[in-house]
Design a protein around this ligand. Structure first.
Ligand code: TRP
Length: 334
């Protein structure tokens, strides 16, 4: 038997998590906390400053995200949930790892290209360095598994490369982590433009279902989801809209896609879309209700984050001390 995985993932502190985030990432976290020893989840507020942001709002969005994760089922007794900026080892390790990070690799990151093209005023060096900080996040915990959405594939590849290069240059110390992408639902598409991923940036309001949407809003968005001129509820190359809806219903009900196709053989798109809407309402309603209870108590959320940071630091600090030592510094500064 293989040892229990050490699971690490990070999530952006944007308040409005959508169905793609929920299915592609958050759901995997909740599943991961049953397997991980430990399972570590980090709200990446340091990453958030790589694009234009408002300091006051940043703090609020961290609370929003903490409350969403707790509402979705993360249990601080069974996982480590913390705020990135509370554990200084992340920033220190970022600099140390930048010595074994190739500038050319950073230049090839799709996310950097996309996000830098969208910045109006400043393309910050932080945006360019984003993947190094992300590598530090994971490598500081010697994590073995990184559950993320499909869009993070290239970043995980890069952190693997950074770990390998570090080990080659300074001695076997870091763990090369494995990417973990959900089998179904890694790419939930926009309901209005099903060729495009559901996303927070450049979102179409009607095409994006938010975790905190009221049932009526969910029904309306699913009701007007773009389909195709055919009539079969089947997955297919030229059926991006229906394929996406099949994925969404399969995940919402915890069944496979073929079972959805079998159930709706001969049904019209209208009935199928209604069923998908009900599936999503049932999936998200409990999360929205618990969120409403948890979000107002910021002191309680702070307490959860503080306890998480302490547990996180206890793992990250010894790793960074060893990295320092291998790189020729004293292990712990005065
Ligand atoms: N870049 C990730 C995202 O946008 C968030 C993230 C930051 C992350 N650090 C991480 C994910 C470490 C996994 C592991 O979704």
């Amino acid at each position: 038997m293989s040892a229990a995985p050490i699971i690490f993932s990070g999530i952006q502190p944007t308040g409005r998590k959508h169905l793609g985030n929920y299915i592609g990432a958050i759901r995997q976290y909740v599943e991961g906390q049953e397997r991980g020893e430990p399972a570590i989840f980090c709200i990446v507020d340091l990453h958030a400053i790589s694009v234009a942001y408002d300091p006051q709002e940043l703090r609020e969005r961290v609370y929003d995200t903490t409350a969403i994760l707790l509402a979705a089922g993360l249990d601080p007794a069974r996982c480590i949930l913390f705020r990135q900026s509370d554990v200084r080892e992340h920033t220190e390790l970022t600099w140390l790892l930048s010595a074994v990070t190739s500038h050319g690799d950073l230049n090839r990151m799709h996310q950097f290209k996309d996000k830098s093209a969208r910045q109006r005023e400043l393309v910050s060096a932080a945006l360019f360095y984003y993947p190094v900080l992300m590598a530090a996040d994971v490598l500081a915990y010697r994590a073995t598994e990184v559950p993320v959405g499909d869009d993070q594939r290239q970043h995980v590849e890069l952190m693997r490369e950074i770990a390998r290069r570090f080990n080659e240059r300074f001695g076997e110390l870091l763990v090369v982590p494995e990417l973990l992408i959900p089998e179904v639902g890694a790419r939930i598409m926009d309901l209005q433009e099903p060729e495009r991923k559901m996303s927070t940036s450049n979102a179409s309001e009607a095409g994006t279902v938010y975790v905190l949407d009221e049932p009526e809003a969910i029904r309306k968005k699913l009701g007007s989801a773009v389909t195709d001129s055919g009539r079969e509820v089947l997955r297919g190359e030229d059926k991006a809209g229906i394929t996406n809806l099949i994925d969404i219903l399969a995940v919402s009900r915890g069944i496979d896609q073929a079972a959805v196709e079998a159930e709706f053989a001969g049904a019209g798109y209208g009935d199928f879309k209604k069923a998908v809407a009900e599936g999503v309402v049932e999936l998200l309603a409990p999360v929205r209700e618990r969120y409403a209870e948890l979000r107002p108590d910021e002191a309680a959320l702070e307490a959860v984050l503080a306890a998480g940071a302490e547990k996180a630091r206890a793992i990250a600090a010894p790793t960074v001390a060893e990295v320092r030592e291998h790189m020729g510094f004293v292990p712990a500064p005065l």
